[in-house]
Design a protein. Structure first.
Length: 109
């Protein structure tokens, strides 16, 4: 099984759309009302009347993951995110989104 299949078996189907994505480092309010931070490991699709939730691995390991609803996300910590990839119109390969314009196949002049 791949990691995604393992996570889906544990946490249910992945949300097809969500404001935040796997790998993002976020600051959020825990169910106990305390501020915390961690990395999103799964975006859980709404099921059975329960809305979308993020499965988050807290920065300070507790042995458990946190389930965070979108309204409890306080901030996205940009510096710890994985780079976003984008298809390059010049070479049709994939580049980091902020580096597409530096593609060696981009016409000059």
């Amino acid at each position: 099984m791949t990691q995604s299949n393992d996570l889906e078996a544990i946490y249910g189907p992945s949300a097809p759309y969500s404001e935040h994505k796997r790998g993002e480092h976020i600051t959020y309010t825990t169910a106990e009302g305390l501020p915390s931070a961690g990395v999103i490991v799964w975006c859980q699709a709404p099921v059975g009347g329960i809305g979308l939730r993020y499965v988050v691995a807290p920065e300070k390991p507790t042995g458990f993951v946190d389930f965070v609803v979108p309204g409890d996300v306080i901030a996205i910590n940009q510096e710890k995110q994985e780079p976003t990839m984008q298809e390059c119109p010049y070479c049709r390969g994939m580049h980091q989104a902020d580096q597409v314009e530096q593609c060696p196949l981009k016409p000059r002049g």
